[in-house]
Ligand binder design. Sequence first.
Ligand SMILES: Nc1ncnc2c1ncn2[C@@H]1O[C@H](COP(=O)(O)OP(=O)(O)OP(=O)(O)O)[C@@H](O)[C@H]1O
Length: 233
Amino acid sequence: MITVDGLTHAFGATTAVDDVSLMIDDGEWVVLAGPNGSGKTTLVRHFTALLEPDAGMVRVNGTPAANDPVAARTSVGMVFQSPREGFVGATVGADVAFGPENLGLDHDEIDRRVDDALAAVNLDGRRDERIDALSGGEQARVAIAAAVAMEPDHLVLDEPFTGLDWPAQRSVLEHLDDRYAAGMSIIVVSHDLRDLFDRADRVIGLEAGSVRFDLSPDAARDRLPEIDVRPPS
Ligand SMILES: Nc1ncnc2c1ncn2[C@@H]1O[C@H](COP(=O)(O)OP(=O)(O)OP(=O)(O)O)[C@@H](O)[C@H]1O
């Protein structure tokens, strides 16, 4: 469970997140919607203590994320908007294996997770390829695989489909469906709500750092235009 309580974060004069409180339960699929600059990325970065709050706090499974960032990062997997900042290995396989290795898992389990994660993003059989030789969309898929291989309780994906071709998007969505069915929380930040809306349990609308609504997809649909987000057709 992720609990956000009165979270505020300013960058200089810009209050990116303004007194946000919300709760994401285990096993929920939540879509975070909002226009550019509404604070979506800043908010989710607090889930793993990548930023320090000016006020308020985030708790992951009851523990303040800032007190135990390692526990927060084990429980909450993050896929960043710009995957380049997240790579730790030179090859696809080394990068995806890095997290499971740090969990101290045995080799067979690491191998299984790497294979499953690469299959989830349509990169089967490409373990030995160098990341710097991949296309932008392929790199984005490696970043998703690296987070998936951690098998976290919650998976946060910030604009995961940018640059992914349709077969890769479909493959990622199918994998998310499987993980969701197995009880993982899925939190997706996206401007393109088409394939997400019907999957979500809740849609949280952010504008200017504040939560404008937190509703079921059906109820949220009519509210999207007021935060300048195009409803899915
Ligand atoms: N590192 C930073 N330094 C200064 N200002 C920042 C920084 N990161 C974000 N901001 C500002 O904070 C506000 C919220 O940004 P954030 O990236 O959280 O929004 P977002 O909803 O994720 O936007 P987008 O849809 O464009 O990704 C914006 O006004 C942005 O300019």
